[in-house]
Design a protein around this ligand. Structure first.
Ligand code: SAM
Length: 227
């Protein structure tokens, strides 16, 4: 059995946890998500104030996997509301059920979707204060380039979604991926960077913990929107 399969069963959101999950609201069912889905027209424009019950600065993490970074970030930054998008269903449902089972209001909402298909529709221009892209691509070979998360189009989407002085934070242990992301973001004149940041500035991710135990070098940098 592979490591991913042994991670846990694909338990869809339990009814009492459904408020954590945005799939029903955006796609009409918690059984619809992943690749090739776009939000239904009735869900747009997205009313984040209603979803979170307040109007607070928003952050987005793409590819949260086990969700350890997102949960710690939500505790460290309680005055922000945090959205996590994950393409793999089992990880999305795991986080939905983990947050929901804590039986206290959370400032995290979870979407099972391909971020590349949905971000531009669900986040209005200049609506995000921070975005996090951490160890994004397990497929780092040149022949997998078409699967990469951050290409020039996605970089343009990031610029559009960020507020002025908003930041996109990147972590990776793969030099080629870091360089590609950096090249795409540097090509956007509205962004200033790359600016290095320290390990303690943000919570550790699951992958980052593994890299640290193996003494792998980690590239950490952010870009800030200047206009
Ligand atoms: C290498 S893992 C790293 C996970 C986590 N950020 C960490 O540092 O531990 C990359 C994650 O991004 C997710 N992912 C990749 N492409 C995605 C996309 N287009 N939209 C949403 N999630 C994506 C994968 O399913 C996987 O969970």
């Amino acid at each position: 059995m592979s490591r991913i399969k042994s991670f846990g069963p694909e338990v869809p959101p339990l009814p009492e946890n459904a408020w954590v999950c945005l799939n029903h609201r955006f796609f009409g069912s918690d059984e619809i998500g992943g690749h090739c889905v776009v939000p239904k027209l009735e869900a747009l424009p997205v009313n984040w104030t209603e979803i979170f019950g307040r109007d607070a600065p928003k952050t987005l993490e793409v590819g949260f996997n086990r969700g350890v970074f997102l949960q710690e970030l939500a505790e460290r930054w309680p005055d922000c509301d945090h959205v996590g998008i994950e393409i793999r269903r089992r990880f999305a449902w795991h986080l939905v059920n983990e947050i929901g089972s804590k039986k206290k209001q959370s400032n995290i909402r979870v979407l099972w979707a391909d971020a590349k298909n949905v971000v531009q529709t669900i986040f209005a221009p200049e609506s995000l204060s921070h975005m996090f892209i951490t160890f994004p691509d397990p497929w780092w070979k040149a022949r997998h380039a078409k699967r990469r998360l951050v290409d020039l189009d996605f970089a343009r989407n990031i610029v559009s979604m960020l507020k002025k002085e908003g930041r996109v934070w990147v972590k990776s242990d793969v030099p080629a991926i870091s360089e590609e992301i950096s090249a795409a973001l540097t090509a956007c004149p509205e962004l200033k960077g790359p600016i290095p940041f320290a390990q303690d500035d943000l919570p550790l991710t699951y992958r980052e913990r593994r890299c640290l135990t193996q003494n792998l070098e980690i590239y950490r940098f952010y870009y800030e929107k200047t206009v």
